[in-house]
Design a protein around this ligand. Structure first.
Ligand SMILES: CC(C)(COP(=O)(O)OP(=O)(O)OC[C@H]1O[C@@H](n2cnc3c(N)ncnc32)[C@H](O)[C@@H]1OP(=O)(O)O)[C@@H](O)C(=O)NCCC(=O)NCCS
Length: 140
């Protein structure tokens, strides 16, 4: 069994990302943050960071999504970053699936994590926000 393979869920196969996945990750990132995406600059550094998890999803071999978490605060908190889904798969729940796989993997590997921190560009609305403690909100 390939040690990078994590699991299969909802027709997707999840893997730990490797340096050689870079070009495929960039291919799903073309339109992100109006050309100011930080991932092209940080990807290879992420591959070397201790306590960082980077997960990719593939459908029929094609890379369709990425999510990442960095474990901080002495193992108590995970900071989620980098979430993206390829344009052709958006609006079908893939972001939810990969986030659940990432949560599950991080809980397995880092059982001390009790807090998840994430940043959202959109306003998720009161129902979703009720599941979180909001730390800060910035209106541009
Ligand atoms: C934002 C993005 C990842 C959403 O992906 P998607 O698969 O189309 O998401 P969907 O609208 O189908 O939503 C499905 C699930 O993802 C969650 N989701 C959607 N957008 C999200 C976001 N920005 N952050 C966290 N979760 C998000 C939804 O809450 C939903 O969760 P649920 O299944 O638990 O109910 C995708 O549009 C994308 O890659 N955009 C460009 C990059 C980007 O803006 N990334 C977000 C950084 S915060």
């Amino acid at each position: 069994m390939d040690p990078h393979f994590i699991r299969e869920s909802k027709g997707l196969k999840f893997w730990l990302a490797r340096p050689q996945d870079y070009d495929e990750v960039m291919a799903i990132s073309q339109d992100i943050y109006q050309g100011n995406d930080y991932l092209p600059h940080h990807y290879h550094n992420w591959m070397t960071q201790h306590d960082r998890v980077v997960i990719i999803a593939r459908r029929n071999g094609k890379l369709v999504a990425l999510d990442s978490g960095m474990v901080v605060d002495g193992g108590q908190t995970v900071v989620l970053e980098g979430l993206r889904v390829c344009p052709s798969e958006r609006g079908c729940g893939v972001a939810g699936v990969i986030q659940r796989v990432t949560d599950h993997y991080i809980k397995q590997v880092y059982p001390s994590v009790t807090t998840k921190r994430l940043t959202r560009r959109d306003n998720p609305g009161p129902e979703k926000l009720s599941k979180f403690n909001v730390l800060a909100c910035r209106v541009n």
